[in-house]
Design a protein around this ligand. Sequence first.
Ligand SMILES: O=C(O)c1ccccc1N[C@@H]1O[C@H](COP(=O)(O)O)[C@@H](O)[C@H]1O
Length: 237
Amino acid sequence: MSAPEAVLGARRTRIKICGLTRPQDIDAAVTAGVDAIGLVFYPPSRRCLALDQAAALRARVPAFVGVTALFVNPDAQLVRGVIDTVHPDLLQFHGEEPPDFCAEFGVRHMKAFRVGAPGLDTAAGLARACVSHGQAAGWLFDSYSAGYGGSGSSFDTALLADVPRGAGVPALILSGGLTAETVGGQIAALKPFAVDVSSGVESAPGIKDPARIRAFVQAVRAADAAPGGFSGGALAG
Ligand SMILES: O=C(O)c1ccccc1N[C@@H]1O[C@H](COP(=O)(O)O)[C@@H](O)[C@H]1O
């Protein structure tokens, strides 16, 4: 246990639920105790929102729960429109966006890497890509899938072996096919700072299931409470 954890007793993997499209799903996620919710602005996704729809969902999110806006290779105009209308706390870039693009909006961001994509299919290649996105607040790892993400498929986490970890380094956020059944084992093995899930808490794309959300949050908390649980540190993991 690191010094801040010893003092604060911090053993808490952060949780983001992504791809919400309905007010009742926001309420279910907030009630279950998630740290952040994600809104999708990628038109091919069945979870994609119009700006007015997203603004209404955002207004339902209370203080101290973060709102992330997800993009895939967007044009700058879309990002600015979302920032002005929805006021996200964090941007999530899930495509091949270059570092300078991600950093140009004056809103903190996390960079997603699709593990297994060309250039991201070795531990060294993945680590290099991460380091090139050193301005990010977090590095999110997802599986390589045809539709860019939200596919419910997992990846070989051994490829994360060379990703830098520690204080002052962007937080490690694990995603890709997580479920209430699998997340505990992944937390025990990798000790990510946060986990992100979409498909694993749904009954259909964009339709969240409150019971699955609760089960997911409970599984994360159980993993945190287990011996050798959370050790991602207060800020970085
Ligand atoms: O959710 C989507 O529709 C989506 C579309 C395009 C890129 C990413 C998307 N979601 C992100 O994908 C990962 C993994 O999701 P899953 O749990 O495997 O379904 C997650 O980080 C979502 O934020």
